[in-house]
Design a binder for this molecule. Structure first.
Ligand code: SAH
Ligand code: SF4
Length: 351
């Protein structure tokens, strides 16, 4: 018999599962705390649950876990974890310490189907979605090594193409009986899947980051195929409608590529586009990689763009390339480290 992996279940799911076994629903909260607050690896450890029920659970359910195969530490404190999954594929998570925060960038898919021209992940296509358990287990594993204060879904994959697993994962991360992250400390990033943005907002409370990356449909169509389905006007309307946690702003990510989207006119258009959306801008200078002719902008054009936004009272940060010495910066994640014939996976991450 295939055992149920209880790390795939939200608290509500676990309550239904337990009542389906003829047991008290409140046991679910106890078990949830054991899993995500005490990091229990077996039902045996759950000493406030009756021995008989623990034995029963051990027979029909399992507690999955991930152990990093490789952990690399950057000179700047960034740590990169490679996780081998049960089917042999691999994903990476990156922990970025910054001003008292420890932000963990997690993956939601093996590969990605969205095909953005600047991101090598796109050229690999999608291998498969991660399960909820595989998503939350990245957090369990890193927490065993280091404290984690913030979570961003900015590793491998398009989280909104895997909402079936991502919404339960966000619920487990923010559940007061689960990981207990504040909804303000968890951010899901999307390339702009408009209907799924609304679905995410209905399914959980979480911060949203949108990879805008261009200020005209013409340029965005060229670098992000998703824009042909959901052009800028629709994307920005969906941003405006998104139900954020209280007093929060949408993060507009903007990968700056030399001579493509780094002009002062782009900066002007960007200010206009986001003027009626509570938002802040993250400028990410393009991380160059083989297989892509795009170039990183000059420091001068990054500074000019940044200053224009500041002068227009837009909250803006330019992301420094963290962890580049261990290939952990945006566009440097390698999810398939040792598979023969496979070029390194490049993916954006909060680097
Ligand atoms: N699929 C989601 C989340 C993962 S990508 C999304 O696209 O939003 C996270 C961020 O990294 C995105 O903003 C993406 O635009 C950026 N990114 C991807 N490749 C990059 C590269 N080579 N250099 C800099 N940023 C990159
Ligand atoms: Fe996928 Fe995001 Fe990379 Fe686009 S930028 S290919 S959506 S991971």
């Amino acid at each position: 018999m295939l055992k149920t992996d209880i790390k795939n279940l939200t608290l509500q799911g676990l309550e239904s599962y337990i009542s389906g076994l003829g047991k008290e629903r409140f046991r679910a909260k106890q078990i949830f705390k054991w899993l995500y607050q005490m990091d229990a690896a077996s039902f045996e450890e759950m000493t406030n649950v009756s021995k008989e029920f623990r034995v029963m659970l051990g027979e029909i359910a399992q507690i999955s876990n991930l152990t990093p195969e490789v952990v690399e530490a950057s000179e700047d404190g960034t740590r990169k974890y490679l996780f081998r999954l049960s089917d042999g594929s691999a994903v990476e998570s990156v922990l970025i310490p910054d001003e008292g925060r420890n932000t963990l960038c997690i993956s939601s898919q093996v590969g990605c189907a969205m095909g953005c021209a600047f991101c090598l992940t796109g050229s690999f296509g999608l291998s498969r979605n991660l399960t909820t358990a595989e998503i939350v287990n990245q957090v369990c594993a890193v927490k065993r090594d280091q404290p984690v204060s913030n979570i961003v879904f900015m590793g491998m994959g398009e989280p909104l193409a895997n909402l079936k697993a991502v919404i339960p994962a966000v619920q487990i991360l923010t559940d007061p009986d689960g990981f207990q992250f504040s909804t303000r400390k968890v951010t899901v990033s999307t390339s702009g899947l408009v209907p799924e943005m609304a679905e995410l907002g209905r399914g959980c409370t979480v911060n949203l980051a949108v990879s805008l990356n261009a200020t005209t449909d013409e340029v965005r169509n060229r670098i992000m195929p998703v824009n042909r389905r959901y052009p800028l006007a629709e994307l920005l309307a969906a941003c405006k409608a998104f139900p954020l946690p209280s007093r929060r702003w949408i993060t507009m990510e903007y990968v700056m590529i030399r001579d493509l989207n780094d002009s002062l006119d782009d900066a002007k258009r960007l200010v206009r586009l986001i003027s009626n959306i509570p938002s802040k801008v993250n400028l990410i200078p393009f991380n160059e990689h083989e297989g892509c002719d795009f170039k990183c902008p000059t420091q001068e054009s990054i500074d000019r763009f940044h200053k224009y936004l500041l002068d227009k009272n837009v909250t803006v940060i330019t992301r420094s390339s963290r962890g580049s010495d261990i290939s952990a910066a945006c566009g440097q994640l390698k999810g398939r480290l040792d598979q023969a014939g496979c070029a390194p996976k490049e993916c954006g991450c909060e680097g």
